[in-house]
Design a protein around this ligand. Structure first.
Ligand SMILES: *[C@@H]1O[C@H](CO)[C@@H](O)[C@H](O)[C@H]1NC(C)=O
Ligand SMILES: *[C@@H]1O[C@H](CO)[C@@H](O)[C@H](O)[C@H]1NC(C)=O
Ligand SMILES: *[C@@H]1O[C@H](CO)[C@@H](O)[C@H](O)[C@H]1NC(C)=O
Ligand SMILES: *[C@@H]1O[C@H](CO)[C@@H](O)[C@H](O)[C@H]1NC(C)=O
Ligand SMILES: *[C@@H]1O[C@H](CO)[C@@H](O)[C@H](O)[C@H]1NC(C)=O
Ligand SMILES: *[C@@H]1O[C@H](CO)[C@@H](O)[C@H](O)[C@H]1NC(C)=O
Length: 733
């Protein structure tokens, strides 16, 4: 989520508060989730049934009709309705209902990146015919068809498996052979002023869509910054947009409608760069939707969230989801300021303006203060004297929004003290650069010691830097819904990504740019969706778990800055070309996940029966998955209790040989941080493809009596052609 959207979101929250206090008890939107589709019923019959349940709960036919919002029923069962709390409770007790939860508002998690991942346009082996049959579904803020990334020149017929639709609307005249589907959902009418349309008025959906499957566009840049060729990871693939996010956010009811359609429409992969807190899986629309997608063979890639670097901030943690952290790429941006004494200092920002004059007068915010405004040193809104600001570059202690304040007062530029180095680049409305505290002191000393201080801020240039690291904002584990699954799963580029923009939103310079630079796990998620689509062109029969496994076991471990970053990187940064030939995979079926949920006592027997879509289903009859975590997962995580002084866990795993011919894998353990790891057997022999072998991993370690303890190891299975790597982490929190 970018800053502009955050503001919209916050004003929406205060709007809700105002409405709630002026009415008695308002009806609120709820989702009534009812598991898998019943086998034989038509949508009409299902809708009738929803209606009768609702009428029974609200006690009145007429009222039931009025309060019903939507019936799901293309890919799973359930409905959305406006309810009072006691009506919601009544529905939750119904035998056919898995869960009832408030439909809350979620938020979006806001080009060189593909070359950096090794999936360059020319070098990578591609399966062109299969790629043009790939359909990637995105649940996002819509799409701007005017972008060159979505031109369909040279694209063949729409794949015959496609069952979806394209609706038209305000600023949206229709789809093409590149963007083959577009719909919008605004079921709760959260924003009365919206334009009914799949058009992207935010920029986020166009950005993510073009990252996955944008056509190749030469000479892409943001006013000359970050110039190069822009293209998606699978440029031949097709896009289906399900617009579920508006300026104020994305509702649970709309998200579920997006999934309901996308799964039924025949998409191959789903990409969701949206989050909003952690909830039990079956009270979370993204976990529910992605569960039913997985049951139909569709992998869902989700952003991990932007609430790092604190721990336990990761979102979208269901084990059937691919949870994606954001890593940095080897491109950096530098905005140089030159002082009157010719001293040059390099800061960060996206300054799209070329210098017009040689030098501008430079003053500190404090010297432009209105009477009695000590905050002027920070250049806070309302503290500065317009007459003193006009035409000058201001030096400010703060670096949040100062450019806007100074721009409105006619200032020529801003040099801001960054204070700490944890800022995401943003396009500035006037020339601006954000300096480290040390460099800021140099500017301050220069101003203090000079009669008529002067400065000029240069246009931003791109530079090279060391990578990949975890982006500081990327959310970290551990998680508490499925405690023993390591999340996030993988990392992908999410820092300063150049991709398509919409013409319906202006960037802060007030001008339109065909491309925009954004940061966030929102940008990382579509990279993994594209990598998954790329793998699927080579392995059309692989399950979502197999694709996930291939991407995880071939990932490149990230460089670790802070030790707790280990809890945010998962298996590392994806390497799509390597993942095509992973050697071994850890597979999982829908039944494995249901059995996992049974084991964990997450849900009562009847809820799982409904989830499984089989009324005779009973957890007691399911063979329990063995081992510490009970899931054949391609990573191993040991949650350590606060009182514990030792780590001890056993993991059981089954691998499938997906290479060709006979092969022998040898186990190799790396344990740099205090874990003892034993693997049994130490070698796995396969005679032919598709054979499976099981192995056991015993993890032990001593932990200090106090504090957050992090222990780390890895297991690699190597047959000299493949290296299958599995991270092992233990953490006490
Ligand atoms: C969007 O639609 C409005 C109203 O029809 C029109 O004035 C505007 O020019 C359109 N915007 C773009 C970027 O096409
Ligand atoms: C650094 O950033 C954090 C997070 O945004 C903020 O809470 C903190 O106040 C900042 N520190 C300084 C010195 O500005
Ligand atoms: C510059 O002058 C201001 C005001 O007198 C003072 O607070 C500040 O510490 C000085 N800065 C430097 C770097 O000398
Ligand atoms: C599930 O099976 C167990 C053991 O066979 C039985 O005791 C229990 O009643 C069954 N539960 C349901 C809901 O059928
Ligand atoms: C392995 O399984 C795949 C997919 O089911 C199949 O296409 C392939 O022929 C099998 N290979 C062997 C050697 O059995
Ligand atoms: C695994 O095998 C590959 C291919 O021979 C080799 O390049 C690699 O160094 C091996 N990895 C390890 C960790 O030994």
């Amino acid at each position: 989520m970018n800053y502009k959207m955050l503001k919209g979101f916050l004003s929406f929250i205060s709007l809700i508060a105002a409405v709630a206090s002026s009415t008695n008890i308002p009806r609120k939107a709820y989702v009534v989730y009812m598991g898998a589709l019943p086998k034989v019923q038509s949508h009409g019959v299902l809708e009738e049934y929803h209606h009768s349940l609702l009428a029974n709960a609200v006690g009145d036919e007429e009222l039931a009709r009025k309060s019903k919002i939507y019936s799901y029923g293309r890919s799973f069962n359930g409905f959305a309705a406006k309810l009072l709390p006691h009506e919601a409770q009544k529905l939750a007790k119904e035998k056919s209902v898995v869960s009832v939860f408030r439909s809350t508002i979620r938020k979006l998690h806001t080009t060189r990146s593909w070359d950096f991942l090794g999936l360059s346009a020319a070098a990578s082996r591609r399966n062109a015919a299969a790629e043009s049959d790939m359909i990637v579904g995105l649940l996002d803020s819509g799409i701007w068809m005017g972008s060159p990334s979505f031109k369909d020149d040279g694209y063949g017929e729409i794949p015959s498996k496609w069952k979806g639709h394209c609706v038209t609307g305000h600023n949206f005249t229709g789809c093409n052979r590149k963007v083959i589907g577009a719909r919008f959902f605004n079921l709760q009418e959260i924003d009365a002023t919206i334009n009914q349309s799949p058009a992207d008025e935010v920029g986020h959906g166009s950005h993510t869509s073009s990252t996955v499957a944008g056509a190749t566009v030469d000479g892409a840049s943001l006013y000359g910054i970050a110039g190069g060729t822009a293209r998606g990871g699978v440029p031949a693939a097709r896009i289906a947009m399900y617009k579920v996010c508006w300026n104020v956010g994305c509702t649970d009811a709309d998200l579920l409608a997006g999934f309901d359609h996308a799964i039924a429409d025949g998409v191959d992969i789903i990409s969701v760069s949206i989050g909003g807190g952690l909830r039990e899986f079956f009270e979370d629309p993204i976990a529910i939707g992605s569960f039913h997608a997985m049951a139909k063979g569709i992998l869902t890639s989700c952003s991990a969230g932007n609430n790092g670097p604190g721990l336990t901030t990761v979102e979208n943690t269901a084990p059937w989801i691919m949870t994606v952290a954001a890593s940095t790429i080897d491109r950096d941006f530098s905005t140089v300021v030159k002082l009157g004494n010719n001293k040059k200092l390099s800061g960060i920002s996206l300054n799209t303006f070329s210098t017009k004059k040689k030098m501008y007068p430079l003053i500190s915010g404090g010297s432009a203060a209105l009477p009695n405004h000590p905050n002027a040193r920070w250049c806070d809104g309302g503290s500065l004297d317009k007459g003193k600001v006009e035409g000058k570059i201001l030096y400010c202690l703060g670096s949040l929004d100062q450019e806007y304040t100074v721009s409105e007062l006619g200032g020529a530029g801003v040099i801001a003290n960054l204070m700490n180095n944890t800022e995401v680049l943003a396009v500035t409305p006037i020339p601006a650069t954000h300096l480290s505290s040390q460099d800021s002191d140099i500017v301050e000393a220069y101003i203090n010691a000079t009669q008529k201080p002067k400065a000029v801020i240069m246009k931003t240039t791109t530079t090279k830097t060391e990578a990949p690291f975890l982006a500081y904002f990327s959310s970290r584990g551990p998680q508490f819904i499925a405690r023993d699954i390591l999340k996030p799963d993988v990392a992908a580029p999410g820092m300063n990504i150049l991709a398509a923009n919409t013409k319906l939103a202006t960037i802060p310079t007030g001008k339109h740019s065909t491309f925009d630079i954004m940061s966030g796990t929102s940008m990382a998620c579509p990279h993994v969706a594209a990598a998954a689509a790329y793998l699927k062109t080579f392995h059309p029969t692989w399950s979502p778990a197999a694709i996930k496994s291939a991407l995880m076991t071939t990932a490149t471990p990230l460089k670790i800055g802070e030790s707790q970053d280990e809890l945010g990187v998962g298996a590392g940064q994806i390497n799509p070309t390597k993942a095509v030939n992973p050697g071994l995979i850890f597979d999982l079926s829908r039944t494995s996940y249901i059995s996992f949920l049974c084991n964990k006592n997450h849900y009562a027997g009847t809820a799982l029966a409904i989830l499984a879509g089989d009324s005779s289903f009973n957890c007691s009859a399911v063979t329990p998955n063995t081992g510490s975590d009970g899931l054949n997962y391609p990573s191993m995580y040991v949650p350590v209790d606060l009182q514990a002084t030792a780590v001890s866990a056993v993991f059981h795993r089954i691998v499938t040989h997906v290479g060709s011919g006979p092969s022998t894998y040898k186990a190799k353990v790396k344990s740099p941080m205090g874990l003892s790891v034993r693997v049994l057997p130490e070698a796995l022999k396969f005679k032919r493809a598709n054979e499976t072998r099981s192995f056991k991993v015993m993890v032990k370690g001593a932990v200090a009596a106090e504090g957050n303890v992090l222990l780390k190891a890895s297991l690699e299975w190597n047959d000299s052609k493949h290296n299958v790597r599995i991270p092992i982490l233990a953490f006490r929190s």
